[in-house]
Design a protein around this ligand. Sequence first.
Ligand code: 5AD
Ligand code: SF4
Length: 458
Amino acid sequence: MNKKTYFIRTFGCQMNESDSDMFGAYLEQLGYMPTDNVDEADIVIVNTCSVRQHAEERAFTEIGDLKHYKAKNPAGKVVVVGCMAERMGKELKVKFPHIDLLVGAKSAEQFPEIMKKSGIIADTRDARATTEKIAAPDKPVRNDTKTTDESATTKITTFVTISRGCNNYCSYCVVPYVRGPEEYRPVEEIVEEITKLTANGLKEATLLGQNVNSYRSVMSVIDPASGSYTLKEADFSDLLAEIHKIVGLKRIRYMTNHPKDVSDKFIKTIASLNKVCTHIHLPLQSGSDRVLELMNRKYTFEYYYGLIRKLRYHIADISITTDLMVGFPGETDKDFKATLDAVSKIKFDFAYVFKYSPRENTEAFKLGDTVNKETKEKRHKELLDLCNAVAREKNSKYLGKLAEVLVESRQSDTGEYMGKTKDNRAVVFQSARELLGQSINIKIKEAKVHSLIGENIA
Ligand code: 5AD
Ligand code: SF4
């Protein structure tokens, strides 16, 4: 009998990618196999994003197209999960009657339970295995298997969710509404998950949360003399220190960081732990204090710039990436200029530039969408061009030098390997030798905006 198969399409952030990995891992525990061909899948999952209108439109198209899948495979099941399922589930069901099941972002961890109850899958195993939370995949699995040759056993890097939800209510952002308030996984649970994965060959873990710096939990501290233990409050720095102790784990990454919660303790911690990679993603959003205030970001540019100086003082080779937004309601030419100036002053290693997208129910929605489309386009292009020029310039400091990379994937079509430097630069190179999972030095020949091209001289 042919094995049953599933297909997952993921939109949006790393949290969604990580959730999709977990959904896939769960289905694989039940004997399902992943497929790249949607038409042959028994279950099709669309994991959606609501951060910007554009992401929602793409998911609408994808879900709409599944009408044809359903016509060809009447027994096939369409499951829509994530932020859109949370935000507009009923509306989706009316618009797309071929959806069999909705699992909102707040219920992502109950995916197995909900799938079971719906009757879409038959899971006769001990209920505890599936109702508490999705068992961590035995082997770290990334969502890019379509484009790479990695087999599950050679997976090197994975995302590990440490918190869900967000308490910050930035005025433009839908996340606190669709994902709910922050909830933190216990230190011990996170450490146990990464320890198990490391025993299976994992080299690098990226800790995920909407705002990792507000992580808090309690952890037990054992007194070696008496064997008794006490409970101690733990923040993100304490969590990093615990993960750092895992033998065999080579690298620790984390994202995303809210500038308002970046403490001196955190900066000193990342500077002192050598497995913690020299990269921080620190969204600035705007260089204008007036706009930052309207965005409810709770910091000024001066404060943000102070953080950058502290980070660079303690970790000289740290790379700093950011998110920027243009066209926030009321953004003037002067405000926009402040963002351009901020980029010229800070020189980010990379920046994602977004056009403001009004999201219903958020505070900023009440301000209207006052910056016209043409101005948004123009500002977007100007800022992106500047950021990309800076990124290329920053990358070019590697030219002719050796860069130490952890090799994490191989493209199936070109046979090229991709590894990342500690400061999060993707290095692409050819090799006749099998290199997945190894740390090697690559000579850099060319600097692009998004990557470095290198040569394996070993
Ligand atoms: N419009 C445009 N960009 C947005 N972001 C969040 N909400 C919106 C929105 N309504 C951007 C922010 C955030 C990143 C993940 O997405 O820059 O840091
Ligand atoms: Fe959205 Fe702000 Fe929370 Fe980030 S910190 S998820 S931008 S509300």
